[in-house]
Design a binder for this molecule. Structure first.
Ligand code: PAF
Length: 272
C-alpha cells in the first residue's frame, strides 16, 4: 500500500482516503463522492480495528458484507480498497499508541475509555500507510472528527481533513452500520435520538437556552419513549468540547448516545 502511495505521490497525483470499517451504506458512499471530487486516486480502507473496541463491546458482532462493499466501491469508482488483516496492521508486541488527553475525555470517551486511543492510532497508521493528501470523515462521529483534526494539528500530519454531513434514513435515523443489528422494536425506538435533538432545536427557537432544563425535557421524553438507556446527552462548546450550562452565541455541539440491547447509537446536532 505504501509503495503504491509513494508512487502516486511522486507522480504528483492527489490521493484521497476514506477510512471505514466496512458494511458500507449511503453515508460512506457520500464520503467517497467527496473524496472523488478532490482526488485523482481514491483509496477506501476497510478495516475493523480491534483496538478501538473495549472488552465488552461489539467487535465480534460488527456487521460485515465484503462482497457488497466491493460492489459499492466499484460502482463509485474507488481506485483501491485497502483491506489489511489485524496482524498486518499491528505487531504482536506493539507498544506505541496515539493518546489524546483533552477532547477525548467526555462524551463517548466516558463510557468507552480506550476507544479514541484505538481510533487515533489506526487513523495515524492509515495516514502513514496510504499517504493521503486528504481524508474524509463523517460528521455523525462528531467527537472522532474533532479528535482527528486535533491529532493532525498537534502531530503535523500533512493531511487535509474533510467532513461529510450526516446521511439519514427517510425517517431521520442517522445511517450507521450498527443499525443492522437492531431488532424491529429497537429500530422503531431508535428514532428517539433524532427526535430528542429536534426537540432541543425547537425549544431553543422558542427561547430556552438553559441546558439543565433542555436536558430534563429530553430525559423525560426518553423515559416514556424507549427502553434504551441514555448513555449521555451533552451540550459542549463545538471547538473545545467543554460542557456549557447556557447556550450563548458560540456554536454548541449537542451529542447523545443511547444504548439499546443490540447496539449503541449516537447522533448529534450543532446549534449555531
Ligand atoms: O469511523 C469509523 O468507521 C472508524 O472509527 C475509523 C475512522 C474507520 C477508524 O477505525
Amino acid at each position: 500500500m505504501q509503495d503504491m502511495a509513494l508512487t502516486w505521490r511522486r507522480q504528483g497525483q492527489i490521493v484521497g482516503l476514506v477510512p471505514t470499517m466496512g458494511f458500507l451504506h449511503e453515508g460512506h458512499l457520500s464520503l467517497v463522492r467527496l473524496a472523488r471530487a478532490q482526488s485523482k486516486v481514491v483509496v477506501l480502507s476497510l478495516f475493523v480495528n480491534p483496538t478501538q473496541f473495549g472488552a465488552n463491546e461489539d467487535l465480534d458482532r460488527y456487521p460485515s458484507n465484503i462482497e457488497r462493499d466491493l460492489a459499492y466501491c466499484e460502482a463509485e469508482g474507488v481506485d483501491v480498497v485497502f483491506m489489511p488483516k489485524a496482524d498486518e496492521v499491528y505487531a504482536e508486541d506493539a507498544s506505541v499508541f496515539v493518546q489524546e488527553q483533552k477532547l477525548s475525555q467526555g462524551l463517548c470517551g466516558m463510557s468507552r475509555p480506550i476507544h479514541f486511543q484505538g481510533v487515533l492510532t489506526v487513523v495515524a497508521k492509515l495516514f502513514n500507510l496510504c499517504l493521503p493528501d486528504l481524508a474524509v470523515f463523517g460528521e455523525k462521529d462528531a467527537q472522532q472528527l474533532r479528535l482527528i483534526r486535533r491529532m493532525v494539528r498537534d502531530l503535523n500530519f500533512p493531511v487535509e481533513i474533510i467532513s461529510g454531513p450526516i446521511v439519514r434514513e427517510e425517517d431521520g435515523l442517522a445511517m450507521s452500520s450498527r443499525n443492522s443489528n437492531l431488532s424491529e422494536a429497537e429500530r422503531g425506538e431508535a428514532l428517539v435520538l433524532r427526535k430528542s435533538l429536534l426537540a432541543i432545536v425547537d425549544a431553543k427557537t422558542f427561547g430556552e437556552r438553559n441546558v439543565k432544563r433542555l436536558r430534563a425535557m429530553v430525559e423525560e421524553f426518553l423515559r416514556e419513549a424507549t427502553l434504551g438507556t441514555l448513555d449521555y446527552l451533552e451540550f459542549v462548546d463545538d471547538e473545545t468540547l467543554e460542557p456549557v450550562g447556557h447556550i450563548e452565541d458560540r456554536p454548541v455541539l449537542v451529542a447523545m448516545a443511547v444504548q439499546f440491547p443490540s447496539a449503541r447509537l449516537i447522533d448529534n446536532i450543532v446549534l449555531t
